[in-house]
Every structure is written in structure tokens, then in C-alpha cells.
Design a protein around this ligand. Structure first.
Ligand code: G3H
Ligand code: ZN
Length: 280
């Protein structure tokens, strides 16, 4: 079934589990994610980021997620990840996304707040959830680098009160697109922000977070854990392995199916760590 982010996250924030949110880039990975969630009876968040939307187009990306959600035995959220373009955001709302991340982390705080307020006003009138970001989670090993701005507890509280967002992305030491690096999570900040903010928190760049740290994070106010890079790596590593083992392979469906299974296994691993299994 298709749900909004708020419906899925609110139960998770005060209980000792978190819901994983996965980036998908093709139909195969989207399907693999939902299948894994169904196998473990876990709610799940499908996220389409910029490159996903470029690949599918916003309307098709929406219908892929909505179709998978309607046919799933577990709650699925159709989420737009890291959007700073208001036109794209309103198109996503029009095509049936149930959740939007407005990302104003590159802007001065007051401008970020003003834009977030506007998105919240429109989204909430349509029953759509909004995530926004205060502070800034840095870009990782690839891509242009944006400096990290660690989120202070006061700014998180101020931003929450000023905007009325449903959940809040904060910077506590992770970086996007980490391949070999490990995150350096500031658990002090995690505790302080969790104590002062009422709404669920979102952890970005979780591919570089160890399972031990995820296990700890799930007991805090962090309720949405964004995972992208590690699934991409799983998918492509499996393609490489399959082609190496079967150099004469003719059927690309076999190739995709094997990679898909590997992605499902990785998704299940994260669901189990975050303890969202059985929470559907
Ligand atoms: O918004 C998406 C996430 O923050 C994904 O981060 O690709 O580093 O796992 P990641
Ligand atoms: Zn992110």
C-alpha cells in the first residue's frame, strides 16, 4: 500500500527501530527493494533522486513507485529525494508522490526556511509529507564538494518550529556517496538533537555508516535512514561477478535477476539492523 512519510515515520521515532529509505535508479532495483521489504514484512521508503528522475522522467518515476506500492503487501512511501527545484517538486506532487524532500541546505538559513514553509503549505494541503535539511551533509568522495555544516541542536529546533516539516535531515558527521571512507558520527550531537527536536530525524549518507553504528542510531530520534551508494555498488559488483563466471551469457534478464537478488539481500541486511522487520 502507498503511504505518506509521516504515517510511516511517526511510530518509528519513539520506538527502537528506524525505517530504511533506499535510492533506486532502475525498475530492477526498485522491485528488488520492495520484494525484500515484503519478505521481512517491513515498511520501506523508495527514493528517487536527481539522476533517477533524469532516467525515468518524473511522471514515470512516480508511476513506478506507485505501482509497486499498490501491489505490495507492506507500506511503501514514494519519496522525492534532495530536490531544490520548486517546479520539479510541484510536478512530483501532481504525479502522486507521497513525500518530498525540499533541500535548501545550500541556501542561507532564512531563505531555506522561507522556501520550506512554502513547500510545506502546499504539500500539507494535499496530504503529502515534507522533509527538509538544516545544516549540510557534505558530498562524498565523488562529485563537487560542498562543505559540511554540522547541525546544532538550537538550529534544528528553530527550523522545526519555523517550518512545520514532518521530518528533518541533520548533519551529524556522515557524508554522501562514501565508498571506502567511514562516517564519523558525532553521537553527542545525535543525543542533543534527539532530546530537543520532536519530529523524526533523517540520516543521510548512510552507506558509510557501519552496521554497529546503525544499530545505535535506530534507538534515537532518527527514524529514516537514507541508503543509496551501497546498493549501487552491490548491483554493479554482482554484474561484474556474473559476467566473469558466465562469459558466454546471452540473456541479459538473467544478469539483471542475479543483481536484483543481491540488492534484495543487502536491503534485508539493513532492514534487520534497523529492526523494521515485522513492523509493517
Ligand atoms: O539522500 C540519499 C542518501 O543520503 C544516500 O546516501 O548514497 O551515501 O548512501 P548514500
Ligand atoms: Zn542524501
Amino acid at each position: 500500500s502507498l503511504l505518506s512519510l509521516k504515517e510511516i515515520l511517526d511510530p518509528a521515532k519513539d520506538e527502537n527501530f528506524a525505517v530504511p529509505a533506499f535510492n533506486f535508479f532502475s525498475f530492477e532495483d526498485a522491485k528488488a527493494i520492495v520484494r525484500a521489504a515484503e519478505e521481512l514484512n517491513s515498511p520501506v521508503i523508495l527514493m528517487s533522486s536527481g539522476s533517477c528522475v533524469k532516467n525515468f522522467g518524473i511522471e514515470t518515476a512516480a508511476s513506478v513507485m506507485r505501482n509497486l506500492a499498490f501491489n505490495a503487501s507492506v507500506p511503501v512511501v514514494a519519496h522525492l529525494d534532495h530536490a531544490d527545484n520548486l517546479e520539479l517538486i510541484f510536478k512530483a506532487m501532481h504525479h502522486g508522490y507521497t513525500s518530498i524532500m525540499y533541500d535548501g541546505s545550500m541556501l542561507p538559513v532564512e531563505e531555506n526556511i522561507k522556501n520550506t514553509q512554502f513547500v510545506v503549505k502546499v504539500a500539507h494541503s494535499l496530504g503529502i509529507s515534507v522533509e527538509a535539511e538544516i545544516g549540510r551533509v557534505a558530498k562524498g568522495e565523488e562529485g563537487e564538494s560542498a562543505e559540511e555544516i554540522l547541525t546544532t541542536p538550537e538550529s534544528a529546533k528553530y527550523f522545526q518550529d519555523a517550518t512545520g516539516v514532518d521530518c528533518l535531515a541533520v548533519a551529524v558527521g556522515t557524508k554522501h556517496a562514501m565508498q571506502s571512507q567511514k562516517a564519523n558520527i558525532k553521537f553527542d550531537n545525535v543525543e542533543k538533537i534527539s532530546a530537543i527536536v520532536k519530529i523524526p530525524l533523517v540520516l543521510h549518507g548512510s552507506s558509510g555508516v557501519t552496521n554497529e553504528e546503525l544499530d545505535r542510531i535506530k534507538n534515537t530520534k532518527f527514524a529514516k535512514i537514507n541508503i543509496g551508494t551501497v546498493l549501487r555498488r552491490t548491483y554493479i559488483d554482482e554484474i561484474r561477478k556474473t559476467l566473469k563466471e558466465n562469459p558466454d551469457l546471452k540473456d541479459h534478464l538473467k544478469l539483471l535477476q542475479k543483481s536484483s537478488m543481491a540488492v534484495s539481500e543487502k536491503v534485508k541486511e539493513k532492514i534487520c539492523i534497523l529492526k523494521s522487520d515485522g513492523k509493517a
